[in-house]
Design a protein around this ligand. Structure first.
Ligand code: HEM
Ligand code: HEM
Length: 186
């Protein structure tokens, strides 16, 4: 019941996949919108959900390390297996780096980190101008910013392959890869 098998994935694998997956897709959309339109009203909600989902992502990584990867649902070419494994690694590692680098960017940038009003890292307000902040470490904040953007775009590339692969298995190969991730027994 708790273990992934070839015929059925554990409810833990399925729930973690969809909670993390759908939240990440939403945050990618909100993040790009924020960056392009400077919609400052969305920053707090983006950061709050990002920090909460980071906790779930850590559970997901631990779950993968303890349980290993699920076996392929059917026999398919070695090259396809290799590509799908590579994409899974990029998705899992990327989904860890993105929120982590976001917290470094905001924390080290002096903006602070709040989860729906609960202050985790205090803002470093500029005493000369309370509307401005002083970075705690501008280099680290800059690195966090660069990683946050770049890894997000790499993740989007991997996601296109991932989703195309899932539908290819479902529609053209007619196998149970997608059904199994929807919690069904194959
Ligand atoms: C609509 C979007 C998505 C669909 C249709 C989808 C579909 C699937 C399917 C069918 C599998 C099983 C593959 C297999 O058995 O080999 C899978 C596994 C996986 N997916 Fe997605 N996925 C989506 C979004 C995401 C997102 C956003 C992430 C990013 C974090 C993600 C990360 C993973 C990982 C790491 C695996 C490997 C198994 C695991 O660790 O649970 N997926 N996905
Ligand atoms: C899985 C979680 C997250 C995802 C998928 C995500 C995704 C993104 C994306 C795609 C952007 C736009 C980047 C660009 O176009 O260069 C962005 C911007 C941003 N993110 Fe995140 N983010 C996540 C979590 C976080 C967290 C935890 C924080 C901070 C605590 C954060 C803070 C920010 C900030 C401040 C910006 C705007 C940067 C600017 O205006 O220059 N994000 N995010």
């Amino acid at each position: 019941m708790i273990k992934d098998t070839k015929e059925k994935l554990s409810p833990i694998t399925v729930s973690l996949h969809w909670i993390v997956g759908l939240t990440i897709i939403a945050l990618l959309g909100v993040g790009i919108y924020m960056e392009q339109t400077h919609a400052y009203g969305l920053y707090d909600i983006h950061k709050s959900i990002g920090v909460i989902i980071f906790a779930v992502i850590m559970l997901r990584v631990v779950w993968r390390i303890i349980n290993g990867w699920p076996e392929p649902a059917s026999e398919y070419k070695k090259i396809e297996q290799l590509l799908s494994k590579l994409v899974h690694y990029v998705l899992l590692i990327g989904s860890f780096i993105i929120p982590f680098s976001g917290m470094i960017m905001s924390g080290m940038g002096g903006h602070g980190i709040k989860v729906f009003g609960l202050e985790l890292v205090a803002k470093n307000a500029d005493p000369a101008n309370p509307y401005d902040v002083i970075p705690l470490n501008a280099e680290l904040a800059g690195l966090g910013h660069t990683l946050h953007g770049w890894v997000s775009y790499i993740l989007i590339g991997a996601l296109v392959l991932h989703i195309a692969g899932a539908f290819k298995h479902h529609i053209f190969d007619g196998d149970g890869t997608l059904k199994r991730m929807l919690g069904q027994k194959i």
